[in-house]
Design a protein. Structure first.
Length: 109
């Protein structure tokens, strides 16, 4: 895990209150090969159930925005699963919804 977090393209953020971890975000910085720009992908975002609806997720995303801007990114993107209504509502508050198809290509062992 230590090696993973030490990679330059990985951004891991933690929200704390009174010495307690209340939430966290892991993001990857991706180079775009067709253009000289970067994107950030939010791989995981979680807030402890006791601390939800207090702005922690928005604060984490806004902090990532600042980092992304300093690194020359043009967008942060994230995916949400159908039925995860709280996540969808959060992301719709912060960004533009894009309906896309997602494909998992299995790698045979």
């Amino acid at each position: 895990m230590k090696d993973f977090l030490a990679k330059d393209h990985v951004v891991a953020l933690v929200a704390m209150a009174h010495g307690v971890v209340t939430g966290g975000l892991v993001s990857y910085e991706l180079d775009k090969f067709e253009q000289a720009r970067r994107e950030f992908y939010i791989y995981d975002l979680a807030v402890d159930e006791k601390y939800r609806r207090q702005g922690i997720a928005i604060s984490l995303i806004n902090h990532l925005r600042d980092i992304a801007k300093r690194r020359g990114a043009w967008v942060i993107y994230v995916q949400a699963d159908y039925g995860d209504d709280p996540a969808i509502a959060l992301y719709e508050k912060l960004g533009i919804r894009e309906d896309v198809l997602h494909f998992d290509i299995v790698i045979d062992p």
